[in-house]
Write a protein of this length. Structure first.
Length: 220
């Protein structure tokens, strides 16, 4: 057998050996991955459970029984809406022992105030016609609602004493006070005058469309 043939055979054997080793390593890697995959899945499941314990998602279970206390018809003409932001400070047990037993917080309150005229208070005698002129005595504008936007309202800062976990009712009290403060702020800013003016503008167009040559609003 010539040396050339021997060299060719040796090269072929080497190639076959390399292929066999590579194939064996590939099988080993597949087996390792197959063994590790369940461990990785278990680790992910465990991480998810730990995260659920540390940051639980609240479960809301409303009572299926609904009680309707009152049904009342409304004839409210809403003519203006205010979006108001107020910072509310609430505190308890401040003073000499404040650093030990005190509790205080700052609430950034976002709210909405709606005002208008209650047309249910409009009586027939409040409408008079003289020479195609309609005289209207509208009820005074009033605030219909002042509510917090709970998604935008938040506690900016809170400080509790060394020996207290804080008053559980303090944030609730701050939110209740915020609704009243938002209402006051809107009134001080002139929401009622704007609501009255908007109501007169809207109703004037409505009455003119009914054929009245002029509409005059009078004060009670």
């Amino acid at each position: 057998m010539s040396k050339t043939v021997v060299r060719i055979l040796l090269i072929l054997l080497a190639l076959i050996l390399i292929w066999a080793v590579a194939n064996a390593l590939s099988n080993i890697n597949d087996n390792i991955r197959s063994a590790i995959q369940p461990l990785q899945e278990t680790n992910r499941d465990l991480s998810t459970q730990v995260a659920g314990l540390l940051h639980p998602t609240p479960t809301i279970l409303p009572d299926p029984v609904t009680i309707v206390h009152e049904v009342r018809s409304l004839a409210r003409l809403e003519t203006i809406q205010y979006s108001v932001e107020k910072v509310i400070a609430a505190e308890v047990n401040q003073g000499l022992f404040g650093p030990l037993f005190g509790d205080k917080l700052l609430l950034v309150a976002h709210g909405m105030v709606i005002a208008g005229v209650d047309l249910e208070k409009l009586n027939p005698e409040d409408l008079t016609v003289k020479d195609s002129v309609l005289y209207v005595q509208l009820p005074q504008a009033e605030v219909f609602s002042a509510t917090l936007d709970n998604q935008k309202s938040y506690v900016y800062d809170r400080e509790t004493g060394l020996f207290t976990k804080g008053d559980i009712n303090l944030e609730t009290a701050a939110r209740q006070a915020a609704e009243e403060e938002i209402r006051k702020a809107a009134i001080e800013d002139g929401i009622l005058d704007l609501a009255q003016g908007n109501a007169e503008t809207y109703l004037s167009r409505l009455f003119r469309a009914q054929g009245f040559a002029e509409v005059i609003f009078t004060q009670p």
